[in-house]
Write a protein that binds this ligand. Structure first.
Ligand code: OVM
Length: 406
């Protein structure tokens, strides 16, 4: 980017030079979020020539209105109507009804409450074993030895992947989540070695690579039933492999980070374990793993006095909306009793996270297993951020678990 992009003449709204994909922004977004929320309900980001919304009311409303704010032109900065996407578009995230309705129906059935009851036992055994292991170690990197380990242990097995090559999963997710932003240095570094990683992912999506009965194979059952075509089936398996790992890894890491910083909240949860499930919503609100997504306007739309013309990208700041004081009083406070109804960490509307029951199950089980064993969680050094154009991500989180006396 060299020259600022001028605001379209029809639109009258504040203009900001803030670059939401700069290192400074991604490392510590919250003071920038404040500025963006306060300059107005809609603003123009002239670094990229896109509109933005950072207040809860507007972000929530845009997510609900898929007819006006479509996904079919991409959920990233690139407009698929103008440029070819970095990867073949998702048949779930990057489509609109009626295709979306069909693919979404298949995915929500595979990832339903009944399906969670099927995997719960296996996931529980593994959460308990991992908790034994990390508490025995005492001092660990909560990213490398816990947050990355658990989803990578349980989810690929549930999908039905072969054991070989699973080290490609996190690098692939990292690339795709970077690709929703501009092609900056962060993106370029993550795709430097893309070829073999992408090839491995695509190979795993075919029917013969997937264990019968797993989530992946169930997608192909929907092909047999005539609900989706073969390309849709393969791409939906790819969606599971893209959206199901980095998100939950960061969800778990952010949970450990939140509780390490708030020992009173950890104690409160131990005194009342019924708070475990709702505590994850507060983690998601307070430190949202998916920080942003784009939509594209399908018509001229008026928002609080600003006309956004048809065919423009709108950057929705989910993480900023979740810390809007207009919606959540004292938004910086991490309070697991808050019940943050309406947070948009899983989105809202027809594209609301279809895998959220898996994420909720993983976090519930890992927190439950740790609560039984851990008295206090202390950070032993500053966490190291891992910058990503979309994800709020930690690269390393050194902590010490003090075990409960038995
Ligand atoms: C997909 C996809 C990829 C990344 C994220 C996501 C959070 C979906 O390929 O469908 O949802």
């Amino acid at each position: 980017m060299t020259q600022p992009v001028p605001l379209p003449v029809q639109a009258a709204c504040p203009v900001s030079p803030i670059d939401p994909f700069s290192d400074e922004f991604l490392a510590y977004p919250y003071r920038f979020h404040d500025q963006l929320r306060e300059i107005g309900p809609v603003f123009w980001l002239d670094t990229y020539g896109v509109f933005g919304m950072a207040r809860h009311a507007e972000v929530h409303a845009a997510l609900s209105d898929w007819q006006t704010y479509c996904s079919g032109r991409g959920a990233g900065i690139e407009d698929f109507a103008k440029v070819k996407s970095w990867r073949p578009p998702s048949k779930l995230l990057e489509v609109d009804p009626p295709v979306h309705t069909r693919t979404r129906t298949v995915m929500s059935r595979i990832l339903s409450p009944a399906a969670m009851r099927q995997v719960r036992e296996t996931f529980t055994v593994r959460a308990e074993a991992l908790a034994d292991d990390v508490v025995a170690k005492g001092r660990i990197d909560a990213v490398k030895e816990l947050a990355e380990v658990f989803p990578l242990h349980v989810f690929p097995d549930a999908v039905g992947l072969r054991p070989e090559g699973r080290e490609n999963l996190l690098p692939f997710g990292n690339m795709v989540f970077n690709s929703f932003g501009p092609q900056n240095a962060i993106f370029k570094e993550s795709v430097a070695n893309a070829k073999p990683v992408v090839q491995w992912i695509y190979d795993q999506c075919s029917r013969d690579m997937l264990r019968p009965g797993g989530f992946g194979s169930q997608v192909w059952d929907a092909f047999d039933a005539g609900e989706i075509d073969a390309e849709e089936a393969a791409t939906l398996v790819r969606s599971m492999l893209t959206a199901g790992l980095d998100t939950t890894v960061n969800g778990i890491a952010n949970a450990i980070y939140a509780f390490a910083q708030h020992p009173d909240q950890w104690r409160a949860m131990r005194d009342d374990p019924s708070l475990i499930r709702q505590s994850f919503d507060e983690v998601l609100r307070w430190e949202s793993p998916v920080q942003t997504f784009f939509r594209t306007t399908t018509r001229d739309v008026e928002v609080e006095g600003t006309t956004i013309p048809e065919g423009h990208k709108v950057l929705l700041f989910l993480g900023a909306a979740n810390r809007d004081h207009r919606k959540f009083p004292e938004p910086e406070r991490f309070d697991i009793r808050r019940r943050p109804i309406g947070h948009v960490a899983f989105g809202n509307g027809i594209h609301t996270c279809v895998g959220q029951l898996v994420a909720r199950l993983e976090v519930e089980l890992i927190l439950t297993a740790l609560l039984k064993r851990v008295d206090t969680i202390t950070m032993t050094a500053e966490p190291v951020r891992k910058l990503n154009n979309t994800l709020r991500s930690i690269g390393s989180l050194p902590i010490e678990f003090k075990a409960l006396a038995h």
